[in-house]
Design a protein around this ligand. Structure first.
Ligand SMILES: [Zn+2]
Ligand SMILES: [Zn+2]
Length: 622
C-alpha cells in the first residue's frame, strides 16, 4: 500500500522528527510508517518510560519554554458533536502542539429565537493559543464539506489568523467559497490532499482514508501515536455502489488493524438503526420512476451540499430529456464548485437559468432547490408560501423532497408539504418512494468498522447520548472491553498515554456560541431566555420618576406589549405603585435601584398574572 506524502506539507521539522514516536511498546503498538527517523521502539517490558525521550512534545512558539518532563500524551478534546447531532469539532493535542478536526455548525432548535446558527465554544483554544501561548495550532483538518463540519470555519480562522487548512479538493472548494464571502481567504493557506495521502502536520503523522457518505471526497483520519493509531471516521457509511463510484478504503482500515489501533472514534448518527443503510443507488430507481411518470415539471429539494444527489438528478434528467435549473444561493454555489472541479459530471448544455425555465415546456424541466427541511428562507418554503420571485407551484408539478427531516424540523417540513399539496403539486417524500437514503452507516456498518480496525478503546462520537450508548453496545458486542468504552461530552479531555486511554477530570468549555445575523457570537443564554420570555409573555416598561429624596414622584408609567394582563387596571396599577414605594423606602438600594425594582416587579407580575413578561424599569432621578 503506497501513501503519497502530501506535496505541500509544511516543512517545519526543526527538531528532526519529533512525531509521536513508538516507545514503551505498550500494547504491542507498531511503529508508524513514514516516520523512519524515529528512535526505535523500546521492546523491553518497561511499559512506562521515564523522562521525555524522543517523543516528548516540542515546546514551540511563545511561552511554552523548556522541555516538559511528563511523559508524552495525546489529548483529545471534543468541542462539539457529542450529545448532539451537529457542530462537530475535535482538538488533538500532542504536548504543546495541536490540530483541529472539523469546525462545524448546528442549526438552532425551535426554541432558540432569532439565532441563525450555533458553533462550538472554542474559548479553550483561544485561551491556550492566544492568551497563555503554550499551545501551537498547526492546522485545521476537514473530513468533508457538510455544514455541520465546516460551517464554523470563518469564526475559527478569524480567531486564529494564518492557520493552514487541509482538505480534499471538493471540501477545499466549498471552504474557499465561505472564506471568500467573509473576506477571510487571505488569513489561511489551503492545502489540498487526496484520500489516501499521509499528512505530516507539526509533530502529527496522520493517514487519511476515503469513506462513503452523501457528499464526494469524504475522509477519515488515522493519528499515529506511540501506542497505536487513533482512528477518527468522520461521517461515513459503507456503500458498494456509491454515486461517485469510489467505495470506502477497506484496505487502509484493515491496514490500521495490522499496525494496531489504540482507539476508534466513530460516527454514531444511526446507531439505533438495525441493518445496513441502503446504497445511494436505490435512489436512482426511485428517481427513474418519478421522471418516467411526471407529466409536468419536477422540483427536487434537498440539502445544498448533497452533491451526490445533484449528480443523480442530472443523470435522470439526461435520461429523460429534461434540463436542470438550480435555485438557491448556496446550491448554485456548491454546484458550480463541484462542476468546476469535475466532481459533478454533467454537460453545460444540461443546465438552464432558473429565470428561463418558463420558456421551456413543463415536461423538459427539472428544478433543483434548497429547503427540504422546510427552512422558511429557502426556496421550497418560499414556493410553498407563494412568495418566490421566479417560481410558482403549478397544477401538475411533481415535487420531490430528497432528505429526511432533521429531528426538530418535522413540523416545518410537513407544513411545507401540506402547503405544496394544497397548491396542486404531487409531493413525493421518503415513505412514498425511497427518494432519500441516509449518508450515515447503520448498525451493520458500525460492526464492520469495528471489526475492520479492531480498536483497543472505543469512543462513539457524532450523536446524541442515545446514539452514543447504542454505538457503545455494538462495540462491546464486537469485543471491545466495557471498561475501554469512553462516552465523553463536549469539553471532555481524553488522554491517551502508555497506560491507556481515559477521560480525565479536566473539563473545558464545551457549550454553545449563538451566532445571530452578522454578529459574531454575541448572543448568550441570557439573551435567548429573554427572547423566549418576550415571545411568550411580552414585556413591560415601568418608568419611575424620583424626587430629590429618592422617593417616588407621581404615578409610575407602564407601557407593555404582548403582555396579556391589563396594566391600566387601576387595582393592578395601585399594587405596582405600592411595591415601588416599598422598595424605594428600603434604604439599601445603593447603585442597584433599577435591578432591584426589576426583580420586585417581575415577582409581582408573576404572582398576580402567572406570566413572566420581561420587565424593564427606567428610573429618572429627580
Ligand atoms: Zn456529513
Ligand atoms: Zn455530520
Amino acid at each position: 500500500m503506497t501513501h503519497k506524502d502530501k506535496p505541500n506539507t509544511p516543512s517545519q521539522k526543526p527538531n528532526g522528527g519529533q512525531q509521536p514516536t513508538p516507545k514503551g511498546g505498550g500494547g504491542g503498538a507498531q511503529k508508524p510508517k513514514g516516520t523512519s527517523s524515529q528512535p526505535p521502539a523500546q521492546k523491553s517490558g518497561g511499559q512506562r518510560p521515564k523522562g521525555n525521550g524522543g517523543g516528548s512534545p516540542r515546546a514551540k512558539g511563545g511561552g511554552g519554554g523548556g522541555q516538559d518532563n511528563k511523559q508524552p500524551k495525546l489529548r483529545i478534546i471534543p468541542l462539539g458533536g457529542l450529545g448532539e447531532i451537529g457542530k462537530n469539532m475535535t482538538v488533538f493535542e500532542w504536548g504543546n502542539d495541536a490540530v483541529i478536526v472539523d469546525t462545524g455548525l448546528m442549526f438552532p432548535a425551535n426554541d432558540m429565537l432569532g439565532v441563525d446558527y450555533i458553533i462550538p465554544d472554542f474559548s479553550y483554544l483561544v485561551h491556550r493559543v492566544k492568551e497563555r501561548r503554550d499551545l501551537k495550532l498547526h492546522a485545521i483538518l476537514y473530513t468533508h464539506g457538510h455544514e455541520d463540519h465546516t460551517g464554523g470555519v470563518n469564526h475559527v480562522i478569524d480567531a486564529f489568523h494564518g492557520t493552514p487548512i487541509y482538505a480534499t479538493p471538493l471540501t477545499a472548494g466549498l471552504l474557499e467559497n465561505k472564506l471568500r464571502e467573509s473576506r477571510l481567504s487571505q488569513h489561511t493557506q489551503m492545502n489540498v490532499f487526496n484520500a489516501g495521502d499521509q499528512l505530516k502536520v507539526g509533530p502529527f503523522v496522520i493517514d487519511t482514508f476515503h469513506v462513503n457518505h452523501s457528499i464526494p471526497q469524504c475522509v477519515g483520519f488515522g493519528f499515529h501515536t506511540p501506542w497505536g493509531i487513533v482512528v477518527h471516521t468522520g461521517d461515513y457509511k459503507f456503500d458498494h455502489t456509491p454515486v461517485d463510484g469510489q467505495p470506502a478504503d477497506y484496505a487502509r482500515l484493515a491496514g490500521f488493524q495490522q499496525e494496531g489501533v489504540l482507539m476508534l472514534m466513530a460516527d454514531s448518527t444511526n446507531a439505533d438503526r438495525p441493518g445496513w443503510t441502503p446504497s445511494e443507488a436505490v435512489i436512482d430507481g426511485a428517481f427513474d420512476q418519478v421522471f418516467r411518470e411526471a407529466e409536468g415539471r419536477i422540483i427536487v429539494a434537498t440539502f445544498a451540499s448533497l452533491i451526490s444527489r445533484v449528480q443523480q438528478v442530472a443523470n435522470a434528467a439526461m435520461r429523460y430529456g429534461r434540463k436542470i435549473a438550480v435555485a438557491g444561493h448556496s446550491m448554485i454555489n456548491n454546484t458550480r464548485i463541484a462542476r468546476n472541479l469535475g466532481i459533478l459530471k454533467a454537460p453545460d448544455s444540461l443546465f438552464v437559468d432558473v429565470a428561463r425555465v418558463h420558456l421551456l415546456p413543463d415536461k423538459e424541466v427539472v428544478i433543483m432547490a434548497t429547503g427540504a427541511q422546510g427552512e422558511p428562507s429557502a426556496v421550497l418554503a418560499r414556493i410553498a408560501n407563494g412568495n418566490h420571485r421566479q417560481l410558482e407551484v403549478e397544477d401538475g408539478d411533481t415535487i420531490v423532497l430528497s432528505s429526511h427531516p432533521i429531528p426538530g424540523n418535522e413540523e416545518m417540513v410537513y407544513r411545507t408539504i401540506n402547503q405544496l399539496i394544497r397548491r396542486g403539486a404531487n409531493v413525493i417524500y421518503d415513505p412514498i418512494l425511497p427518494v432519500h437514503v441516509s449518508g450515515h452507516g447503520s448498525q451493520e456498518e458500525m460492526r464492520l468498522m469495528l471489526n475492520l480496525v479492531k480498536p483497543k478503546y472505543f469512543m462513539p462520537v457524532h450523536g446524541e447520548l442515545r446514539h452514543l450508548r447504542a454505538h457503545a453496545k455494538l462495540a462491546i458486542d464486537a469485543g471491545v472491553p466495557e471498561q475501554n468504552i469512553l462516552i465523553g461530552d463536549n469539553g471532555s479531555v481524553i488522554e491517551a498515554s502508555a497506560s491507556g486511554v481515559r477521560i480525565t477530570q479536566e473539563k473545558v468549555a464545551g457549550g454553545y456560541v449563538y451566532i445571530d445575523g452578522s454578529g459574531l457570537g454575541d448572543v448568550n443564554d441570557g439573551v435567548i431566555r429573554d427572547r423566549e420570555q418576550l415571545s411568550r409573555d411580552g414585556f413591560v416598561v415601568v418608568v419611575v420618576t424620583l424626587d430629590r429624596n429618592g422617593g417616588l414622584r407621581g404615578d409610575p408609567q407602564m407601557v407593555s406589549r404582548g403582555f396579556a394582563y391589563q396594566p391600566n387596571n387601576p387595582d393592578f396599577a395601585r399594587q405596582v405603585k405600592g411595591a415601588i414605594v416599598d422598595t424605594l423606602s428600603n434604604g439599601r438600594l445603593n447603585g442597584r435601584k433599577t435591578e432591584i425594582l426589576n426583580e420586585v416587579l417581575a415577582r409581582l407580575f408573576f404572582t398576580e398574572t402567572k406570566r413572566r413578561p420581561v420587565v424593564m424599569t427606567v428610573v429618572n432621578e429627580g
